[in-house]
Design a binder for this molecule. Structure first.
Ligand code: TYD
Ligand code: MG
Length: 471
């Protein structure tokens, strides 16, 4: 391969340009294009291209490694990876600075070391003493984790290739690593990509599992090229609201397991604590009996999860009413508001609407439609919903309430946590009611739910009366 001229690469999306420009045409970012040496492996000029080596093809059916998975010892972590680390796999863990990535990984490494597996933690950001200090605080100082503060990929691979192969290697973070193979500065797209490639090659060759920590940009994407996400076997994201102690570990991509499972942790003074029953946590600070809150019986992966949805609907002081949502999909909210307007006679064009999912959780299921609608109408009508009720159901554009998957698991969880009633889609009637003695209220349309809530209103104010159901 002939050596090419330097090229200009967008640090945000990886697009390549022949010359510098202020704005990246591919992703629209400004001032992200920097000059980098283009060729990844400069070949000696004049050398003939290498002749290809023949390799054997193998049948699909065949024995794979023994014990292909290694449980980490943290059940919530294993739930997200799909049952532990796969040999030779590379996992990317992304998250905001300070969210607890290093804390989580030193805990994982210590748990493995306690199970007498060789675990290596390489920090490019902190000195060994700092990592030790943290481990001390976490009560992990006794664990046999091997530490280093290094950033050179060649040195790291050379060191790890000696002796017994580690079962787990943590690289904190990939943005601080650099390899001699390319000339670009550490942290640039080219360096991150080349370093990740070298570590992936090492993992596949040695059978060690590697975890790369990746920084996240302001927009929430893993900084550096998206290509690293394509190169690795799994991408996990560690999330949480700064003001909450809950942390959610989520699989964004997983070649060896599901992507819909979440792991729930709580950040405490002594590190991350696993939360085996998250519903209790998300409902622990409930505001009983005030209008505008509804409990949604959700499912995250295979696990039911009850969470409070809070709404505030207030007359707007501005020309354009505000619609703000935290923890749910903005377009889903717009849809529910449109259905309320079109089919239920709820006028919201003069109201600001705020919707929040308690505890910093992010909900992706359409099954939350019914609970969101109930919370919105409850706030507007100043009518508190029954404190012992849960809601789930998808709202269609026609205003019908549609059934959702895993109704029985949702009901079981609600009952376990002491709820007495569930407001569920009419179509779930045929599915049976499970074995519990929960009272089920079936709703066929959003309009009938709205009518019920408005009827519960203690003393709707005049303006509410004019707003709801006057057509
Ligand atoms: P850290 O793991 O360094 O975050 P990251 O690697 O994602 O940047 O975590 C830093 C935060 O976690 C810091 O704000 C303090 C908090 N923390 C605790 O609350 N308790 C603890 O035991 C530890 C170690 C950290
Ligand atoms: Mg860190």
């Amino acid at each position: 391969m002939a050596r090419r001229d330097p090229s200009f690469i967008c640090q945000s999306c990886g697009a390549v340009y022949g010359r510098w420009q202020g704005k990246c045409d591919a992703c629209g970012e400004w001032n992200t294009i920097t000059e980098e040496a283009a060729s990844a492996a400069p070949a000696a000029p004049g050398r003939a291209p290498r002749k290809g080596r023949k390799f054997a093809l193998e049948p699909l059916a065949g024995a794979s490694h023994d014990a292909p998975r290694l449980a980490s010892g943290l059940a919530e972590f294993d739930r997200v990876t799909g049952g532990g680390f796969v040999r030779g796999s590379v996992l990317l863990l992304g998250g905001d600075p300070g969210i607890g990535k290093s804390t989580l990984l030193i805990q994982v490494a210590a748990a493995l070391a306690r199970a007498r597996q060789r675990a290596v933690y390489i920090s490019g950001e902190e000195a060994v003493a700092q990592v030790r200090l943290r481990a001390d605080r976490l009560g992990l100082a006794g664990a046999n984790v091997e530490l280093a503060a290094e950033t050179s990929i060649e040195d790291i691979v050379a060191t790890l290739s000696e002796g017994q192969t580690p079962r787990l290697i943590i690289i904190d973070s990939i943005q601080t690593m650099w390899t001699d193979m390319v000339e670009a500065a550490p942290g640039t797209v080219t360096q991150v990509r080349a370093s990740a490639q070298a570590l992936i090659r090492y993992a596949k060759r040695s059978g060690a599992a590697v975890i790369l920590v990746g920084h996240v940009t302001k927009e929430g994407q893993i900084a550096g090229p998206r290509v690293v996400e394509h190169m690795v076997d799994a991408v996990l994201s560690f999330e949480g609201e700064g003001s909450h102690q809950f942390r959610i570990l989520r699989a964004v991509k997983n070649r060896f397991g599901p992507t819909d499972e979440i792991g729930v942790f709580e950040m405490t003074g002594a590190g991350l604590r696993e939360i085996a029953n998250p519903s209790e946590l998300f409902l622990s600070e409930r505001d009983l009996g005030s209008p505008g809150t509804a409990v949604f019986a959700g499912i995250e992966g295979s696990r039911p999860l009850l969470v409070e949805i809070q709404a505030l609907v207030a007359p707007t002081a501005l020309g354009t009413p505000r619609r703000a949502v935290v923890g749910w999909d903005q377009s889903r909210l717009s849809m529910v508001l449109a259905v309320l307007e079109a089919h239920c006679g709820v006028r919201l064009s003069g109201h600001d609407v705020y919707l929040n999912v308690a505890g910093g959780l992010r909900i992706q299921e359409p099954a939350a439609d019914l609970a969101a609608a109930a919370a919105l109408v409850s706030s507007l009508a100043n009518a508190p919903l029954p404190a012992d009720a849960v809601y789930f159901g998808e709202v269609s554009l026609s205003g019908a309430v549609r059934p959702v998957a895993q109704a029985a698991a949702r009901l079981k969880e609600a009952q376990k946590l002491g709820f007495a009633r569930a407001i569920v889609p009419e179509a779930a009637r045929s599915e049976g009611r499970g074995d519990g003695d929960l009272t089920l209220d079936y709703v066929g349309s959003l309009a009938s739910l709205v009518a019920d809530i408005v009827a519960r209103g203690r003393r709707p104010t005049r303006s509410d009366r004019r707003t709801i159901g006057d057509d």
